[in-house]
Design a protein around this ligand. Structure first.
Ligand code: HEM
Length: 413
């Protein structure tokens, strides 16, 4: 029952390239070719940089079904895994970024060790701290005379300060870890550059875990150090988990703050409604969900490989075949969201897949949601005249990053 679109013996040269760049269309929308592919068939083959032809899954229902399927693996050491870039031998002993690239039961065992600070109750307890740093950053911005870069002055520091507090990483080292994270998420970084950055961060986190062994604090790295001490967790794995949490904890939310602000500035009527809404209103919550859906910043597609044959949508994904699940186009599936290309902060978008789906669904989502609610309910209310300080065509978008966003957002008021 295999169609030509999905034919396993298709000549690789005839298979279209996986369209990853949003550069050709509206910068908030998935690549236009993905829409055509979604209309044509739920699954089809695409060609990657190494000539391999994994399956591309473009519709919402099939995306959810596959991400929740335990026969589909996240482990890049399995043959057939559709790697976004060359993988280095250096990491043959295990993933450099811990459990995000592992399967259950090992994935679940490690993930469980770090879930406690991300429960809604613990996250809500951090809200006053987040509100304070958001207000402080705005106060500081308002002392400036001319335009400021919102990324540098606000969007990057806020989530960095939060994840530093939660993990027990000194914020004073932010230049170092932000610089290395940038290299890791930059799609065009060479394998050597990416490895060097991962190595530098792993060494840094290892040093911190070492310090927490003798001088523990009330933070997540100290919890991990205690597990190292009791023999439950190898020290190397503790630092890998630290690297994952540090990168995931600031890159993503920072991009949502800056890109979300740009999207709202381009929808002034909706921004005005949001500004009038109370701090903890339903509208603030639905704005966060809608911007997550609409912008979908983790735009590289979830990468997976089948461990067994999986029958889906009249196709059979054979064991050992790669699968790419671009949730950005799933979040624009008209069967899941009416008028999916319209930003509508009043819609119920809670079933979006901006945090992924299945066992790897984002661990930090309660924290990210709380941070974004505080930011979106405070920034535009406190600076009601906030506007771009440059023409839109001068804004440079992260087409080349594995996390999408803007490099700079010059604003004034
Ligand atoms: C708006 C902000 C965020 C977005 C859009 C986002 C998105 C995602 C996505 C799509 C995944 C799934 C990856 C996959 O299936 O392969 C994921 C996983 C993950 N995220 Fe987030 N994330 C955000 C914020 C955070 C924060 C603040 C943290 C805090 C440390 C975090 C930690 C993680 C971790 C640890 C995983 C791996 C979970 C697992 O493999 O079990 N994320 N995130």
């Amino acid at each position: 029952m295999t169609s030509t679109l999905g034919s396993a013996d298709a000549n690789a040269a005839e298979v279209p390239e996986y369209p990853m760049s949003r550069a050709e269309g509206c910068p908030f929308d998935p690549p236009p070719q993905l829409r055509t592919m979604q209309r044509e068939a739920p699954l089809r083959r695409v060609r990657l940089w190494d000539g391999s032809t994994p399956w591309l899954v473009t519709r919402y229902d099939e995306q959810r079904a596959l991400l929740a399927d335990s026969r589909i693996s996240s482990d890049p050491t399995n043959p057939g895994y559709p790697a976004p870039a060359p993988v280095s031998d250096e990491h043959s002993e295990g993933s450099p970024v811990s459990f995000i690239l592992m399967d259950d039961p090992e994935h679940a065992r490690l993930r469980r060790m770090v879930t406690a600070p991300f429960t809604i109750k613990r996250v809500e307890a951090m809200r006053p701290f987040v509100q304070r740093i958001v207000d402080e950053r705005i106060d500081e911005m308002l002392t400036a005379d001319g335009p400021v870069d919102l990324v540098e002055a606000f969007a990057l520091p806020v989530p960095s300060l939060v994840i530093c507090q939660l993990l027990g990483v000194p914020y004073a080292d932010h230049d170092f870890f932000q610089r290395n994270s940038k290299v890791i998420v930059h799609r065009d970084s060479t394998t050597e550059q990416r490895n060097a950055a991962l190595g530098a961060l792993a060494e840094y986190l290892d040093g911190l875990v070492g310090r927490k062994l003798t001088d523990p604090g009330e933070d997540l790295l100290s919890d991990l150090a205690a597990r190292v001490e009791s023999g439950e967790l190898p020290r190397r794995e503790a630092s890998r988990m630290g690297v994952l949490l540090l990168i995931a904890g600031h890159e993503t939310t920072a991009n949502m703050i800056a890109l979300g602000t740009l999207a709202l500035l381009e929808h002034p009527r909706q921004l005005a409604e949001l500004r009038e809404a109370g701090d903890d209103s339903e509208l603030v919550a639905s704005t966060v969900e809608e911007l997550l859906r609409y912008l979908h910043i983790t735009h590289n597609g979830r990468r997976r490989v089948a461990l067994e044959d999986v029958e889906i949508a009249d196709e059979v994904i054979r064991a050992g075949e790669g699968v790419i699940v671009p949730n950005d186009i799933g979040n624009r599936d008209p069967d899941a969201f009416a008028e999916p290309d319209r930003l509508d902060i009043r819609r119920d978008a809670r079933h979006h897949m901006a945090f992924g789906f299945g066992v790897h669904q984002c661990l930090g989502q309660p924290l990210a949601r709380m941070e974004l609610r505080v930011v979106y309910s405070t920034l535009y209310r406190r600076i009601p005249t906030l506007r771009l300080a440059t023409d839109r065509e001068n804004i440079s978008f992260k087409h080349d990053g594995s996390v999408y966003g803007v490099y700079e957002l010059p604003v004034t008021w």
